[in-house]
Design a protein around this ligand. Structure first.
Ligand SMILES: NC(=O)c1ccc[n+]([C@@H]2O[C@H](COP(=O)([O-])OP(=O)(O)OC[C@H]3O[C@@H](n4cnc5c(N)ncnc54)[C@H](OP(=O)(O)O)[C@@H]3O)[C@@H](O)[C@H]2O)c1
Length: 374
C-alpha cells in the first residue's frame, strides 16, 4: 500500500544556545525533490552529549539554528524522480554520515550532529536538517534498505533495536581497518562505552579473541557474560604490569594481532591503556585509532622495529555499512534485548525532549540506547 504523505512535518529545533528546543511544524515540499527521499522517522538516537551541546559546550562543533538528530530507522513515504530502486513503504536505515555529492572525500558532515567547523561543511550541514522529526527529507543515497521480512517478521527486531546499526557501522569500520580475521586476537580499549563496547561485541561475534581493557572488570560483565571470547583485563595503570596481563591472555602467552583504541578525549591525560595495548602487539601487528584522544606521545622506535601498522579510522564506507546489515540479516550479529541492548525507559516522544536529553546524558554504558520513537 502506498503510504499517505502528510502536509507538514514536526521537528525539534535549537534556535540559539542555552535556549530550550522548540517544536516546529514545516510544510512538506511536493513533489519530493530529485535526489531526496521523504521518510517517516520510527527511531532516532539521542546522544549523551546533546544537552551539553545545546548549552554551548559542544564536543563537536555545530551552528544554530539547527535540527538535531543523526541517524534513524525510517519508512520511505516518497522518493525523488531519480530513484531507481528505493520504493515508498520500504524500511530503511537513514545513514547520518553525509558526504557532499560534488566533493565526497573533501566535504563530510554528521547529519544533525556536526559540521566540523568548515565553510563547505557548514553549507552542506544547513542543506540537510537532522532527523529529530516525525517526517524528514534526507539524501536518497543515505537510505539503506533493510529486509523487513527477515529483520522484523522473522527475527522480531523493532525499529528501536535496528537503530543499533549506527554503533555497529562504526565498530565494523574499526574491525575492517584492523584486518581482523576469525581466530585472531584483538585488544580493545576501553570496551565499556557505546562504541568501544560495540567493537568488542562485534569482534567477538566475528570469531576473534577479544582482550578488553577496563578500569573496572565488573563493568564489563554484561559483555563477558554474553561473549565467552571477550576476556577482561582490569587495568592497574602500570604499563609493564598491564602489558604482561594482556600477553598472558594471548594464545601461548604471546602477543596480540591487533589493537583497536576507542578512548574518549577524557583519557588523554593518562593513556596508559593505549601504551599497554601497543606494547602487547606482535611484529607486523596493526593498531587502529578510532577514539578521540588529543595529543599523546607515541613509542615511535618500538612501533618501527616491530613493523606496526598504525592507522586512524573516521566513520565508514557505504560498502562497509552494507556488510553490517548483512551480518545482522544473516544472524551472525545479534541485536535487541537478548544481545544485551536496552532502550532506556522504552524510548521518548519528541515532546519529551527535555527528559530525553537528560536521561541520555547518564546512559553512557555499553548497549544502552536513548531514542526518540516519534
Ligand atoms: N572514529 C569514528 O568515526 C568515531 C565514531 C563515533 C565515536 N567516536 C569516538 O569514540 C569515542 C568513544 O566513544 P564511546 O561512546 O564508546 O565512549 P565513552 O562513553 O566516551 O567512554 C567509554 C569508556 O572510556 C573509559 N574512560 C572514560 N574516561 C576515562 C579516563 N579518564 N581514562 C581512561 N578511560 C576512561 C571508560 O571505560 P572503563 O571505565 O571501562 O575504563 C568508559 O566506559 C568518543 O570519544 C567518540 O568521539 C569515533
Amino acid at each position: 500500500m502506498t503510504p499517505t504523505i502528510p502536509e507538514t512535518s514536526t521537528s525539534l529545533v535549537l534556535e540559539a544556545f542555552k535556549q530550550p528546543l522548540s517544536i516546529k511544524s514545516t510544510p512538506i515540499t511536493t513533489p519530493t525533490p530529485t535526489g531526496t527521499a521523504l521518510v517517516r522517522i520510527l527511531s532516532t538516537t539521542i546522544r549523551p552529549h546533546s544537552r551539553a551541546g545545546f548549552a554551548g559546550n559542544q564536543v563537536l562543533p555545530f551552528p544554530v539554528p539547527y535540527t538535531p538528530g543523526n541517524s534513524a530507522v525510517a519508512r520511505v513515504l516518497d522518493v525523488g524522480a531519480d530513484a531507481v530502486s528505493l520504493q515508498p513503504g520500504q524500511l530503511v536505515w537513514v545513514d547520518g554520515f553525509v558526504v557532499a555529492r560534488d566533493d565526497p572525500v573533501g566535504t563530510q558532515i554528521l547529519l544533525g550532529l556536526s559540521d566540523f567547523g568548515g565553510k563547505k561543511q557548514a553549507k552542506l550541514f544547513k542543506a540537510w536538517p537532522g532527523v529529530w522529526a516525525d517526517v524528514a527529507q534526507v539524501p536518497l543515497e543515505n537510505c539503506v534498505p533493510l529486509n523487513e521480512t527477515i529483520l522484523c517478521d522473522q527475527m522480531g527486531y523493532s525499529p528501536a533495536d535496528l537503530e543499533y546499526i549506527e554503533r555497529l557501522a562504526i565498530a565494523n569500520a574499526g574491525v575492517k581497518a584492523a584486518h581482523l580475521a576469525p581466530g585472531q586476537t584483538v585488544v580493545v580499549c576501553p570496551a565499556t562505552g557505546h562504541y568501544s563496547g560495540a567493537v568488542a561485541e562485534l569482534a567477538a561475534q566475528l570469531g576473534c579473541r577479544v582482550i578488553a581493557l577496563t578500569r573496572s572488570v565488573t563493568k564489563l560483565e554484561p559483555l563477558t557474560s554474553r561473549h565467552p571470547r571477550i576476556l577482561p583485563v582490569e587495568l592497574t595503570g602500570d604499563v609493564a604490569r598491564d602489558t604482561a596481563a594482556i600477553r598472558a591472555l594471548c594464545p601461548g602467552g604471546g602477543a596480540a594481532d591487533a589493537l583497536i583504541d576507542m578512548s574518549p578525549g577524557e583519557a588523554t591525560a593518562n593513556p596508559t591503556h593505549l601504551y599497554s595495548g601497543l606494547a602487547s602487539l606482535r611484529n607486523h601487528g596493526r593498531a587502529v585509532f578510532l577514539g578521540a584522544l588529543r595529543d599523546v606521545t607515541i613509542p615511535y622506535m618500538s612501533l618501527m622495529v616491530r613493523n606496526i601498522n598504525v592507522r586512524g579510522q573516521f566513520m565508514y564506507s557505504r560498502d562497509q555499512l552494507g556488510d553490517v546489515i548483512r551480518l545482522i540479516e544473516s544472524g551472525v550479529v545479534k541485536l535487541g534485548r537478548e544481545a544485551g541492548h536496552e532502550v532506556v525507559q522504552g524510548g521518548f516522544k519528541l515532546a519529551e525532549w527535555e527528559e530525553a536529553v537528560r536521561v541520555a546524558e547518564e546512559a553512557t554504558f555499553w548497549g544502552r540506547q536513548t531514542l526518540f520513537l516519534p
